[in-house]
Design a binder for this molecule. Structure first.
Ligand SMILES: [Cu+2]
Length: 172
């Protein structure tokens, strides 16, 4: 009889455990929200090639309304060019020529189920922007500086030596 009781207890425990699993398991898929999967450039990476755009890929579909990607340089200036583009699970943000240094990508978007998401990551840009060429082009457009004014022919009256105004006439 003792063996039978132990068996009943075990089976009761197994049934309870199975019931608990049934209750817990359906909840798991509901918590699998869309999240950021990968980015280009990758977070904490260093780029040695010019970056024309930043892409963020998520684990699920993304909604475009309310999606913003702000790409800032060490100068705290935004280099985002135009609005973020959303295609399925990927957001693409075009950027102007980035400055050298730490680049921060701050993003906000909504999952297809309406959940708001936001975050930020950084990468290091080692490619110098083409500023020397740009400033040279600007310099050629700029008007040439005026030549210095020619010296005045007539000095102001106060600066002239006290000489007679008319040629001397000899009264002889
Ligand atoms: Cu969700």
């Amino acid at each position: 009889m003792g063996a039978v009781n132990r068996y009943r207890l075990l089976s009761a425990a197994t049934a309870a455990l199975a019931a608990a699993l049934v209750v817990v398991l359906p909840a798991a898929p509901a918590s699998a929200h869309t999240e950021l999967k990968s980015t280009v450039p990758a977070a904490k990476s260093t780029t040695t090639k010019p970056v024309a755009e930043v892409t963020l890929t998520f684990t699920g579909l993304i909604k475009k309304p309310g999606t913003t990607i702000v790409v800032t340089g060490p100068d705290k200036t935004s280099y985002s060019a135009g609005a973020a583009e959303v295609v399925d699970k990927t957001i693409t943000q075009k950027v102007d020529a980035l400055p050298v240094g730490a680049i921060t990508v701050a993003w906000r978007t909504f999952a297809a189920d309406g959940h708001p998401m936001e975050g930020s990551f950084t990468f290091t840009n080692q490619v110098a922007p083409p500023t020397p060429q740009r400033s040279r082009a600007r310099a050629s457009i700029r008007p040439r500086p005026r030549p210095p004014a020619p010296p005045r022919r007539h000095r102001p009256r106060w600066a002239r030596p006290a000489t007679p105004r008319h040629p001397r006439v000899s009264y002889g």
